[in-house]
Write a new protein. Structure first.
Ligand SMILES: *[C@@H]1O[C@H](CO)[C@@H](O)[C@H](O)[C@H]1NC(C)=O
Ligand SMILES: *[C@@H]1O[C@H](CO)[C@@H](O)[C@H](O)[C@H]1NC(C)=O
Ligand SMILES: *[C@@H]1O[C@H](CO)[C@@H](O)[C@H](O)[C@H]1NC(C)=O
Ligand SMILES: *[C@@H]1O[C@H](CO)[C@@H](O)[C@H](O)[C@H]1NC(C)=O
Ligand SMILES: *[C@@H]1O[C@H](CO)[C@@H](O)[C@H](O)[C@H]1NC(C)=O
Length: 490
């Protein structure tokens, strides 16, 4: 297992706090919302870890002297060990504008140890004892923030610890004598334990939770061209209902980053809270992807005759096209052709309740491949397509699929004389939907990673388009196996 148990503490938190940086009122491109239900799950998982950490509390030996009916005696209590440490009841709640508050109540500790005393006459007595520490309560604040690199931070604050009852039960001969001064021991034990709990709790947070958050990547590399900036846009806003972690959610070109010529819209996540975690995935994330790949000149595809299935009659050659455009076969008899399809502008995804549409605008340049392999331009079409997009979440990635619904085209330029573009409809339709689209869908099927930790299983997943964003909600479970699930939008 790659992560230690402490991961449980952070589970939802970390997901939520995963990734930042530009101060100011910038709308996020990606929001992770952690609900009370999600916080409760993280707390539940985290209690095991905390219990283990608190088991490290060190119980010092006590010794002293006191007067007794048998004269002055020297006593010592030693060899104390924790037999049981339980944290049966805890709560975590968001504190608006600050962070979280973790409260533990009714915790108890069972300790065993040995006692020994010596009288003035150097007679020794000894025996064992056990201690019940009851009504232990702890309260600690968790301040949420972001560091300069846009990573989430979590820091302990305002820790307090109180023990309502410590009782020592002595066994062995002359145990009754020990009863005479055991309250000294009880008080000393209470002070010793109370004094150690908060430092241990704070240490668990700063040494385990905080470094784990720091390992979350602020950048998710996609391919040679692009990466996603998942850094926090600022400290996570906390309301009485939930914690929102606002991430930049922006694609950028790794070789040279330029700001996109548009801004993220505001996202208003619904007040739903039935699931542990909600993601709001802005159209901004998708549109910065379109902007980056278009600007980098990566939205270019070649179509050649060998890509066209044997059973399709309109071959990419001048004889075949000559039946539609006779001048073409006259100028270039029986030669192969090639199409270069390139984006004219960055494709823009429009997200509306019930509908995801994308209307890429492209150029299709047709070439004739001359016998010496150089290309002669034949004609240039501009084509606007409308496609319905489907989005799904699969194994921690957002994946997509396009379905063409409409194609409009114009002849922009011809090197083979004028012709009516309508005659090319069937061919262009076929090439776009059977050759280009499968290539695009192969890319979209690989998808983009969501900002999540490994080993998370999501269940009860819902995904639906809202105004300007896709809402994605799920319950979270920490598991050793790789999650392998797919949820379709429609
Ligand atoms: C398309 O073909 C041209 C040469 O005609 C080549 O330079 C380019 O790399 C090809 N593009 C793709 C995406 O295969
Ligand atoms: C062009 O396509 C036709 C079928 O339409 C085929 O008979 C011919 O051999 C092809 N020519 C070339 C050069 O591939
Ligand atoms: C979805 O888009 C289609 C085509 O653009 C349109 O006819 C339909 O009314 C839209 N549906 C909704 C719910 O907006
Ligand atoms: C290929 O042939 C065409 C016409 O025959 C000619 O104009 C062009 O310069 C040739 N290109 C090369 C690279 O030889
Ligand atoms: C093609 O481009 C022309 C101008 O370049 C424009 O008027 C026309 O709307 C475009 N057609 C399509 C289908 O995009």
């Amino acid at each position: 297992m790659a992560f230690s148990h402490i991961i449980h503490v952070t589970l939802s938190l970390a997901m939520c706090l995963s990734v930042a940086a530009v101060a100011g009122a910038v709308n996020p491109g990606f929001v992770v919302r952690l609900t009370q239900k999600g916080l409760d799950y993280a707390r539940q998982e985290g209690m095991d870890v905390l219990q283990k950490e608190l088991g490290k509390v060190h119980i010092p030996d006590f010794s002293g002297s006191t007067h007794s009916p048998v004269g002055k005696i020297k006593y010592s209590f030693y060899g104390m060990a924790i037999r049981n440490f339980q944290l049966p009841s805890s709560q975590i709640s968001p504190v608006p504008n600050v962070g979280l508050k973790l409260s533990i109540s009714g915790a108890f500790i069972e300790i065993t140890g040995k006692w020994r005393f010596k009288t003035k006459l150097h007679i020794s007595f000894s025996g064992g004892f056990d201690v019940k520490v009851q009504g232990l309560s702890i309260s600690v604040g968790l301040q949420l923030g972001s560091d300069g690199a846009g990573r989430p931070t979590i820091a302990p604050s305002d820790c307090s610890c109180h023990i309502s009852d410590v009782s020592v039960h002595v066994s062995g001969k002359f145990g009754w004598l020990v009863d005479l001064f055991k309250h000294n021991v009880e008080n000393a034990l209470r002070k010793a334990i109370e004094g150690q709990i908060c430092p241990l709790v704070k240490n668990a947070i700063t040494s385990k939770l905080e470094p784990l958050l720091q390992t979350l990547p602020v950048t998710a590399k996609i391919d040679k061209v692009a990466a996603i900036d998942y850094s926090l846009t600022g400290p996570p806003p906390v309301t009485s209902e939930c914690v929102d972690v606002q991430l930049k959610g922006e694609f950028f070109e790794m070789s040279h980053r330029t700001p996109p010529p548009f801004s993220p819209p505001s996202l208003s996540l619904p007040a739903e809270h039935n699931l542990m975690i909600y993601f709001g995935i802005s159209d901004y994330l998708f549109n910065t992807a379109g902007f980056v790949y278009h600007s980098a000149g990566k939205l270019v595809f070649n179509v050649t005759d060998n890509m066209i299935p044997k059973d399709f009659s309109i071959r990419l050659n001048t004889s075949s096209f000559g039946t539609l455009i006779p001048q073409l076969s006259k100028m270039y008899p029986d030669m192969l052709m090639k199409l270069k399809i390139s984006s004219n502008s960055a494709p823009f995804l429009d997200i509306k309740p019930g509908n995801l549409t994308i209307s890429p605008n492209m150029d299709i340049q047709a070439y004739v491949i001359l016998p010496n392999a150089s290309l002669a331009p034949a004609f240039l079409l501009n084509v606007t397509t409308t496609a319905l997009a489907k989005v799904a979440v699969s194994s921690g990635r957002i994946v997509g699929n396009l379905e063409l619904s409409r194609i409009q085209m114009d002849l922009k330029h011809s090197d083979v004389g004028p012709f009516s573009v309508v005659i090319l409809n069937a061919a262009v339709n076929y090439y776009l939907s059977h050759i280009l689209l499968p290539q695009v869908n192969d890319i979209l099927q690989k998808g983009y990673p969501l900002p999540m930790l490994d080993h998370l299983q999501l269940t009860d997943v819902v995904i639906e388009p809202r105004e300007n964003f896709i809402l994605f909600g799920a319950d979270v479970h920490y598991g050793e196996t790789e999650d392998n699930w797919l949820v379709e939008l429609y």
